[in-house]
Design a binder for this molecule. Structure first.
Ligand code: ADP
Ligand code: MG
Length: 754
């Protein structure tokens, strides 16, 4: 491992006053192993130098060269990889992750290097720092010294070639502090350890090299060398000119005593100590190594420093998703009220989008088709509809326009429905003068010539009696018949030839028109109609044609065709409905192009009319909902942004720590992606649930209001995709910015507590 820095300059601009030159041209070459101290008063630039060398901070000028690779040539996240691969950090404030146990803190460092954090590795490292049995403890259950040992273990477990420590003993008592230095000394036998300290005594005692800073400049750089102290005789050495060392087990000879006398001749006071504590202190202050060698500091020759070997080969960090997810999930709890508000607002917005797009994507054709199919409505009517009907969006009928035989044939071909048109004259219903000139109500969808031929073709049968013979004979439908019985106007026995209606007609037959009697009954009234209502229906309210009412002799309609829908076959019904809708679209475009003569054949029955109304209503509502949705989504996104920003702020220090350990900006991104992801997943789930619930509620309301089982709202793939898209999109936009800013921050800015 070769580490070198060249001409580092770092200036901090101040809001007031001259900028501070924290580093002012620092060049250093480091040895492959050994304990290097950086000494200096507070504010001299020690931490800045360490942070720059460790890639936590960026210098304004100069470069770091690691194994021949200059930081000037770093690209992307190589600085992070450099930390991840080569470095271990130990800080004064320990900087271990409070949400993670001892074991997890250590495991994370291993995993960032793509290694598996198995129990054996962790146990080994905990043995080294004397913390076996503390695996499951959380940092707040540890003493300061224990926390620092966890931090050391975390740094060591990466097997770093360089260990950086910034005042590692600053927060510890002197005894614990000394133990930490002893540990670092031991570690420096196999790697480079760079320690920042302001304690000169420790620095000179433990350090192999001591670099002193003042105002960002190196004022001294000394290196420790050892020389053998001269032997006075076997077992007796003279260290310097004034210290006599007697080796363990040596007995003084007469010759030795003479020599000693020669040294103490000057009359100076002398001690002979056998107290190990005193001896240690003497050795420390006189710089005597354990082997008795004399140590001496001399000026460092940077050019002569033995840098060792090594090639640039780094490991890109990989933050395990599990850990990222956990940190993300944890920070959700920080502001529960805001979180709930964010989720509520987002859910409202996305539900509005979901319902709006469900309405917008409701397809008239499938709505009609499935309703016809579900209700087993097997009769279909067509009538001509003119331009006013199309262009106003309202479906009115030109009641005076008869259908030609060709048109009837065309409808038959297009729809595939076996239908019949009628061409004969219309007969007014009653003698009543007010009806004599009335054209049938335009809403009478399908009157045809009532003859046996037609009944055969559509499968209508007489339940009682038969065709009208006299002008005042009337055939009633099974529906009217049942209504008469239900309302008590008549009994089964006194219907045919006996019962007269409106004092003008005698009932001659009851025709089963296969009409959906139940749905008509429900529409007219909850109960069966009263006698008065029946008579009034016969006279005026003939919306349901003779299928629901009845007919007199020679009764025909000039303008409608009727046929049986192939209800046994969904696709047949669908084809019939499609034929009508296509004709509608074609005519609409013709009309829009100025061709005012266009008519189209409208498929009519009560279901079609209701479906058209609902479809139109949905078109309008969907616009309204989209508008509200956009507004709500805007506020939801703002709240989301705010939430993520706050939670990032709360996690700044943790992120700084992770970066110091080796995590890349992208790893940090993952934490907040998980956080935003969790919120988004909840939003989507809720929005989908509400969209479906609202759809079912609307369906139920429509059904109970209409007496048809129409399925009007069915969230399909488009609304579901839209909810996913909008939710993910807005989460991405609102969490991207703050996260991006954070990920591109210098680690030192995150780690520095504010
Ligand atoms: P040391 O670690 O030796 O105490 P530092 O490296 O922390 O010193 O600081 C060196 C100088 O740079 C000091 O004068 C300090 O005030 C200044 N300094 C450090 N960090 C900042 C900062 N973020 N903004 C402004 N000035 C800073
Ligand atoms: Mg400092």
């Amino acid at each position: 491992m070769r580490l070198e820095v060249k001409n580092l300059v770092k200036t901090y601009p101040l809001k007031r006053g001259e900028p501070v030159k924290a580093l002012n041209g620092i060049s250093l070459r480091f040895p492959e192993k050994g304990l290097v101290f950086i000494l200096g008063k507070s504010g001299s630039g020690k931490s800045t130098l360490l942070n720059v060398m460790g890639g936590l901070d960026k210098a304004d000028e100069g470069e770091i060269i690691i194994n021949g690779k200059s930081s000037k040539d770093f690209s992307g996240s190589e600085m992070d990889s450099y930390r991840n691969t080569y470095l271990g950090f130990i800080f004064q404030e320990y900087n271990i992750l409070n949400d993670f146990s001892v074991k997890e803190n250590i495991a994370l460092a291993i995993e960032l290097q793509h290694r598996k954090a198995d129990d054996a590795i962790i146990k080994n490292i905990l043995e080294e720092v004397d913390l076996v049995g503390y695996e499951r403890r959380k940092p707040n259950e540890l003493s300061g010294g224990q926390k620092q040992r966890v931090a050391i273990a975390r740094a060591l477990v990466k097997e770093p070639q360089v260990l950086f420590a910034d005042e590692p003993t600053g927060a510890l008592d002197s005894n614990t502090g000394k133990q930490v230095f002893e540990t670092l000394k031991k570690l420096s036998q196999t790697r480079l350890v760079i320690v920042v300290s302001h304690d000169r005594e420790f620095a000179e005692y433990f350090g192999d090299r001591v670099i002193e800073l003042k105002d960002g400049v190196i004022i001294s750089d000394i290196i420790k060398t050892e020389e053998k102290a001269p032997e006075l005789s076997e077992g007796l050495t003279l260290v310097g000119d004034s210290l006599i060392r007697i080796e363990k087990g040596h007995k003084l000879t007469n010759a030795d005593i003479e020599k000693i006398n020669g040294i103490i001749e000057g009359g100076e006071e002398a001690y002979v100590s056998v107290d190990p504590k005193v001896n240690k202190a003497i050795a420390a202050s006189a710089m005597i190594a354990e082997n008795g060698n004399r140590q001496r500091f001399s000026k460092t020759d940077n050019e002569a420093v033995d840098q060792g070997e090594g090639d640039w080969k780094v490991i890109k960090s990989k933050f395990p998703f599990r850990a990222a997810f956990r940190m993300g999930a944890k920070s959700l709890r920080v502001k529960p009220f805001r979180l709930v508000m964010t989720i509520i607002l987002s859910t409202i917005a996305f539900t509005l989008f979901g319902v709006a797009s469900t309405m917008a994507t409701t397809d008239l054709q499938s709505m009609v088709t499935s309703s016809v199919f579900d209700n087993k409505v097997d009769t279909a009517f067509y009538k001509k509809t003119n331009q006013a009907g199309i262009l106003s969006g309202l479906f009115s009928t030109d009641s005076n326009a008869p259908l030609s035989n060709e048109e009837v044939q065309k409808i038959r071909n297009d729809s595939g429905i076996d239908l019949r048109g009628e061409e004969k004259k219309r007969v007014a219903f009653a003698n009543n003068a007010s009806y004599s000139n009335t054209v049938y109500d335009p809403n009478v969808y399908g009157l045809v010539k009532a003859d046996q031929d037609y009944f055969n073709s559509v499968g209508f049968t007489f339940t009682l009696g038969g065709m009208p013979v006299n002008d005042n004979d009337i055939v009633i439908t099974k529906y009217i018949y049942e209504s008469l019985l239900d309302s008590g106007v008549a009994t089964e026995a006194d219907i045919i030839g006996k019962k007269s209606l409106d004092n003008a007609y005698t009932i001659c037959g009851v025709l089963d028109t296969k009409y959906d009697i139940q749905s008509i009954k429900a529409k007219v009234t909850d109960k069966a109609p009263t006698a008065t209502q029946i008579i009034s229906m016969l006279n005026n309210d003939r919306q349901f044609s003779f299928h629901s009412v009845g007919f007199v002799k020679n009764e025909v309609t000039p303008h409608a065709v009727i046929g049986k829908m192939p209800v046994g076959n969904y696709f047949g019904v669908s084809k019939a409905v499609a034929a009508y809708i296509n004709s509608y679209k074609q005519v609409k475009s013709r009309l829009e192009n100025g061709d005012s003569s266009a008519y189209y054949m409208k498929l009519c029955n009560s279901i079609v009319t209701e479906c058209e109304t609902i479809d139109m209503l949905f078109g309008v509502l969907s616009g309204v909902f989209t508008g509200f949705g956009v507004a709500t989504a805007f506020f939801a996104a703002l709240l989301f942004y705010n939430f993520i920003s706050i939670s990032i702020n709360n996690k700044r220090r943790e992120i700084g720590i992770l970066r110091a350990v080796g995590a890349r900006g992208w790893d940090v991104f993952k934490i907040y992606l998980s956080e935003a992801g969790i919120i988004t997943a909840i939003n989507i789930l809720l929005a989908l649930t509400f969209t479906f619930l609202i759809s079912f509620a609307v369906n139920n309301a429509v059904r109970s209001g209409l007496a048809f089982s129409i399925t009007v709202l069915m969230p399909g793939i488009i609304p579901i995709a839209l909810i996913f898209g909008v939710a993910i999109g807005s989460a991405f936009i609102s969490s991207f910015l703050p996260t991006f800013r954070l990920a591109h921050q210098k680690p030192v800015d995150a780690i520095r507590e504010k």
